[in-house]
Design a protein around this ligand. Structure first.
Ligand code: GUN
Ligand code: FE
Length: 425
């Protein structure tokens, strides 16, 4: 495949490449070579011509709650713990109804596709059947994902609480079943420390080892939550060390969401374990959780990315999360002048190549990377005003919408609108 356009990508936190009006050869779904002029050997091949458009790596969202999508924007009068009790647990309980789950998960996947999140790592609910349906629908959509059934066996309402051994059994069943799919892999998903007993955490740690699986959970999001973890585990010095104690921090294969109020010793552990720390800027504001010191963490060499945490946030669209991460970083800079704010290219890196690293060589257009891409056009006054590629990127990040995305590619394959007419609005 040969595609022509204006490519922008970020090989590192401090490097952005702009290739204006170039040709890209994609082979076996992977980026091969860029050319300013097409060599004679390719002259007979068809070129997908997007001469004026912007082409960027597709977004990867490493922290998203699929069942909560339908609740986005609701309940931000409360902070985390009462928000869970009042709005989130009752919604997640509805996924015992498979018709509800099927419809809601189609809407979720359609929205991710629409706005350019083509790979993600999702929490489902504790329900085995509904989680399997999400996995099957994701497989059909062409999007790629890590998906986990949520594990929760304490401090949860009766209508959304598991028996410990049943939880482990259901998890193992899904771990085995998902190996039949191409686009979905299993990720162990304890909800967070307060909702999982020691026995459950220990059992999940054993599954991590037995099947060599990654883990996703929440860490240090809210001050009441942190105090509760201290009460529940008085003999473990920090929240971070609880996950570590139960084998739930496999090196280089752990995603922890929020990571706002961390101590220095905790940061040292997260660095040593190479944990992917998800900066969920919008959720942290909507639920009054705090502002993660993103730039300080990056300067310490911590592995941070930008994620949505829908429905702790109000939109799954990653361009919004990139913009808000920059805005919050500027506010943080105003309060701490010695810490620089992050830039747009840096934030783009955090939502593409950095988060993509959880899937392998994904999130950049360097040679050998999967060609996951969004073809974007933001021109509002063609013939009157011609924007530079970087200006188009800026406008798409700050005010772009689904209709600006002309095409979506995953591993060199064009991904059509998933489910067609079965998603009716
Ligand atoms: N901590 C435990 N569960 C949740 C959840 O569903 N969302 C967020 N933001 N934090 C959590
Ligand atoms: Fe979350």
């Amino acid at each position: 495949m040969i595609i022509k356009g204006n490519f922008i990508y970020t090989p590192s936190l401090d490097q952005m490449v702009i290739r204006k009006n170039e040709y890209l050869v994609v082979e076996d779904g992977k980026v091969k070579t860029f050319y300013k002029a097409l060599p004679p050997k390719y002259q007979t091949e068809t070129v997908i011509d997007h001469t004026d458009a912007l082409i960027i790596p597709a977004f990867n969202d490493l922290h998203i709650h699929a069942p909560q999508y339908i609740n986005r924007g609701i309940g931000f009068d409360k902070e985390l713990l009462p928000w869970l009790e009042t709005y989130t647990f009752p919604m997640e309980a509805k996924y015992k109804d498979m018709d509800f789950a099927d419809r809601s998960y189609r809407l979720f996947l359609h929205r991710l596709w629409e706005n350019g999140t083509l790979r993600f790592s999702a929490f489902a609910t504790l329900h085995k059947e509904a989680t399997w349906r999400l996995m099957e629908l994701c497989e059909r959509s062409g999007l790629k994902a890590w998906i986990g059934k949520v594990n929760m066996d304490r401090n949860s309402p009766d209508y959304l609480c598991e028996d410990t051994s049943q939880s482990l059994q259901d998890t193992e069943e899904l771990i085995q079943k998902v190996t039949t799919l191409q686009n979905v892999n299993y990720i162990i998903t304890p909800r967070f420390v307060p909702s999982t007993t020691e026995a459950l955490m220990r059992g999940l740690g054993e599954l991590v080892k037995k099947y060599d699986l990654p883990v996703q959970s929440h860490l240090s999001e809210n001050k009441s939550e942190i105090a509760w973890v201290k009460e529940l585990h008085p003999n473990i010095p920090t929240y971070t060390e609880v996950y570590e104690a139960f084998g739930l921090m496999p090196k280089g294969k752990t995603i922890m969401a929020h990571c706002i109020h961390l101590s220095e010793p905790e940061k040292a552990i997260l660095k040593e374990r190479d944990v992917m720390m998800c900066h969920c800027a919008q959720s942290n504001a909507d639920l009054s959780s705090g502002i993660m010191p993103l730039k300080e963490n990056l300067d310490l060499g911590l592995r941070c990315c930008i994620a949505s945490d829908i429905a702790g946030s109000h939109t799954p669209d990653m361009n919004r999360h990139i913009a808000l991460s920059i805005e919050l970083s500027k506010i943080y800079h105003m309060q701490h002048p010695e810490v620089k704010a992050i830039t747009l290219p840096q934030a783009l890196f955090l939502a593409t190549k950095q988060s993509g690293s959880f899937f392998g060589k994904v999130g950049s257009f360097e040679a050998g990377y999967a060609f996951d891409a969004l073809v974007i056009e933001t021109e509002e006054m063609p013939g009157f005003l011609q924007r530079e590629p970087f200006e188009k990127l800026e406008q798409f990040i700050y005010d772009g919408k689904a209709s600006n995305i002309l095409e979506r590619y995953v591993e060199g394959k064009k991904i059509p609108c998933p489910f067609g007419q079965s998603v009716i609005f």
